[in-house]
Design a protein around this ligand. Structure first.
Ligand SMILES: NC(=O)c1ccc[n+]([C@@H]2O[C@H](COP(=O)([O-])OP(=O)(O)OC[C@H]3O[C@@H](n4cnc5c(N)ncnc54)[C@H](OP(=O)(O)O)[C@@H]3O)[C@@H](O)[C@H]2O)c1
Length: 310
């Protein structure tokens, strides 16, 4: 008898990773049937899922009534909320709350939530504008009161962020590839994860042992890297000339997409000062033991995407 897992964000990076991992794992694909959620069944990423023999349903996290059929009969949920679609912590909280309310009423046995800690709470209010963390943290608080069986997967800093952050710069006769952050380049502060591949690795471990993972926080990353190491790895894999340069706060704000300057700046200053997971290296090592070294390294990631910079 199959258990049904509903995967929110099925067409996105994290949801795709979860689906791929279940389908690639002989035990999990025996145990679980997958239902993927999208708002638009006609988009190519949704059609690609249909071709893989996955049920696809339409639902919008903003509209609670659409979530009810998406969750019906589910044993397990994977929930990722997309802050960057609206950049409003209250909206992200409402989305998570909608799912918890429906899941509780539907008798879902295990919710796996893609989460992050609150910068406001963890820094005593010093970093107020790291909005992508606040809604997720409030969802966590709400679910605690719900009493549901729950696993939080705190997802590390995506390696895919470098697709935008490592930029080609023309200088004099030549060119170089440049990464800039508003912190010193040699301190290892970035817990990098190949999200497209490895979010599913951590979620898969929780699916295999739901009792062991109930109430647990799992940190999803390969390991901590410094910005300097990122660029050394980039040069080594691509053969291109690349450097890390420390940016002033103003320069870094100006690098961000329109309207995101303050949040990008605070995010990276906070990572430097408090740590991305706000905890020590030990907590990440504990999570890595759960997946027994099966995460992808930055070298493997850059090999996979190196043509992006051609
Ligand atoms: N970048 C990083 O380093 C990093 C690190 C940790 C955590 N995160 C977090 O990761 C989250 C984004 O996850 P991702 O990278 O997997 O996203 P993504 O690849 O951009 O995809 C977004 C997914 O969310 C779905 N979605 C968006 N709004 C929805 C709504 N109202 N109702 C239902 N589904 C909705 C989309 O589905 P359809 O469009 O098909 O409906 C899509 O599947 C963000 O909250 C971000 O804070 C990012």
């Amino acid at each position: 008898m199959f258990k049904l897992i509903t995967v929110f964000g099925a067409t996105g990076m994290q949801g795709t990773s979860v689906i791929n991992h279940i389908l690639d794992d002989p035990h999990l694909r025996e145990e679980f049937r997958i239902r993927g959620v999208t708002r638009d069944i006609t988009k190519s990423a949704a059609k690609a899922l249909l071709n893989r023999n996955i049920d696809i349903v339409t639902a919008d996290l903003n509209i609670a009534s659409t979530i009810i059929p998406a969750i019906r009969d589910s044993h397990t949920l994977f929930l990722v909320t997309d802050y960057w679609a609206h950049q409003d912590p209250n909206t992200e909280f409402e989305q998570g709350k909608n799912v918890i309310d429906v899941a509780k009423a539907a008798g879902v046995k295990h919710v796996i939530f893609s989460s992050l800690d609150s910068a406001i709470w963890q820094t005593d209010g010093r970093y107020k504008y790291v909005g992508h963390r606040e809604g997720k943290a409030r969802v966590e608080e709400y679910r605690r009161a719900s009493g549901m069986a729950w696993t939080s997967v705190l997802v590390g800093y995506y390696m895919s962020n470098f697709l935008g952050l490592v930029e080609r710069v023309f200088c004099g006769e030549g060119e170089e590839y440049r990464l800039r952050y508003p912190f010193e380049g040699r301190r290892a502060v970035l817990p990098l994860v190949d999200a497209e591949r490895d979010v599913g690795v951590f979620v898969g471990a929780a699916l295999k042992d739901p009792d062991g993972f109930a109430g647990r926080r799992v940190l999803a990353a390969d390991r901590y890297y410094s910005a300097q190491e990122v660029m050394e790895t980039f040069c080594c894999v691509t053969g291109k000339q690349g450097v890390f340069r420390q940016a002033t706060p103003k320069e870094f704000r100006d690098l961000a997409p329109e309207g995101c300057g303050l949040e990008y700046m605070e995010t990276h200053k906070m990572i430097d000062e408090y740590g991305y997971f706000m905890g020590g290296v030990g907590e990440l090592n504990e999570s890595l033991q759960l997946v027994q070294g099966s995460t992808s390294s930055l070298t493997e990631y850059f090999r996979r995407v190196s043509s992006h910079w051609d």
